[in-house]
Design a protein around this ligand. Structure first.
Ligand SMILES: NC(=O)c1ccc[n+]([C@@H]2O[C@H](COP(=O)([O-])OP(=O)(O)OC[C@H]3O[C@@H](n4cnc5c(N)ncnc54)[C@H](O)[C@@H]3O)[C@@H](O)[C@H]2O)c1
Length: 366
């Protein structure tokens, strides 16, 4: 493998997040180039490849892993595949960037981390909130002492539910809105506060509007108590109308800061006729809408992918790791258990079920 030049990247998956990864590498092309894409539905990977000028296309990702020049592979497949794909990529001697949530179970997380260590490859956890410009600015200010002792960090992500059927199938996703979106919030609070241990978790979950479609939660409120005395409060929803919302609030004894990823990066707009695209998951562009500009950049995904490529070249050290993803997984189990038990759960929590969601579903109504 070369130790200089652009890192050669393969992407597994060809739909929503794969498109974002491909775009991200194109937005910041100095450190890496996507040379291959693999996904199983005929035509899909080829279409992505054509949109982004990616030269090699595979139906089976195992074949892509045989390409000797590929150094880093990003996983944008459903959650249930993350663990096996990570192990296969690592065993092929390539660095891994795995989308959130890290996987479906804690034993899977351990296997992913151990295999990457054993093979001497990086396991990057694709948590873009660690790279989101507005959130990075808030953390820089906090680290400079702007707010004094931070005692409360709030993060929320809300929309009307995911675009692909597998998200709604708990065997493929592992959990609902809390797992899909709350994994961002848990990671954010943990990262923002400097990774203190989590002491306890309390969660309240509901399926308010999508019960016909899923057994999973579509509404989640979760309180995280950290060892350093700070509180994390995360709110997540698959029931919120009107497109994507992603916000955080920081409260310290000496100050406060609010960040809304979309407002302030948007153009409040009224259109009688509609137009092409406003913002992720917005159902319409007619009437009032809030079209964003430089959407990928504002989420931090190009910066995140550039970081992972620089880590491969030894220019930076990994800022979002498999271990971070494991902390989030364990917290997700505890949060689902808390919602099932109707009480606060102490950490470290040792799961009693296979998937996080079952901690809630198995106790619901008891
Ligand atoms: N960081 C973020 O904010 C963010 C946003 C969206 C999705 N994601 C994550 O990205 C992952 C993919 O989500 P998505 O929205 O792109 O889903 P999607 O349904 O749009 O795409 C899934 C892709 O995986 C492919 N796939 C399925 N089985 C496969 C297999 N066996 N081998 C190879 N490819 C396979 C599908 O063909 C498809 O191309 C999920 O883990 C999701 O949580 C992260």
């Amino acid at each position: 493998m070369p130790s200089t030049g652009k890192v050669k990247v393969g992407i597994i998956g060809s739909q929503f997040e794969a498109d974002i990864h491909a775009a991200a590498f194109q937005i910041m092309p100095e450190e890496a180039e996507v040379v291959a894409v693999a996904s199983p539905t005929p035509g899909n990977a080829a279409a992505l490849a054509q949109r982004y000028g990616i030269p090699r296309v595979f139906l089976d990702y195992h074949d892509m892993l045989k390409e000797p020049d590929i150094e880093m592979v990003t996983i944008t497949a459903p959650n249930s595949f993350h663990a096996q794909m990570t192990v296969d990529i690592a065993n092929a001697g390539k660095h891994v960037v795995c989308e959130k949530p890290l996987c479906m179970t804690l034993p899977e997380a351990d296997e992913m981390i151990e295999t990457c260590k054993r093979q001497g490859v990086l396991l990057g956890y694709a948590e873009e909130l660690f790279f989101t410009p507005k959130y990075v600015k808030a953390k820089q200010m906090a680290d400079q002492g702007a707010f004094g002792r931070v005692y409360l960090v709030k993060q929320s992500e809300k929309h009307f539910g995911p675009h692909s059927p597998w998200f709604w199938d708990m065997d493929k996703a592992g959990g609902g809105a809390l797992m899909d979106l709350g994994c961002h919030g848990i990671a954010f609070c943990y990262w923002f506060l400097g990774r203190p241990a989590i002491k306890s978790i309390y969660a309240h979950l509901a399926t308010n509007v999508h019960a016909a479609k899923t057994k999973g939660d579509d509404e989640a409120v979760c309180i995280i108590e950290f060892e350093n005395g700070a509180t994390g409060l995360i709110e997540d929803s698959w029931a919120r109308r009107g497109g994507m919302s992603d916000r955080s609030e920081i409260y310290g004894e000496g100050g406060v800061s609010y960040a809304d990823l979309h407002m302030g990066n948007a153009l409040p707009t009224y259109s009688e006729y509609g137009f092409g695209y406003a913002v992720e998951k917005a159902p319409t562009t007619q009437g009032w809408s809030y079209p964003v500009f430089e959407e990928h950049w504002n989420y931090g995904i190009p910066q995140e992918m550039r970081h992972f490529a620089r880590c491969v070249r030894g220019k930076e050290t990994l800022q979002a790791t498999g271990e971070d993803g494991r902390v989030v997984m364990q917290a997700l189990y505890a949060a689902y258990a808390s919602a099932g038990l109707g009480q606060k759960v102490s950490m470290p929590y040792h799961p009693t079920t296979t998937k996080p969601i079952d901690e809630w579903l198995s106790r619901k109504g008891q």
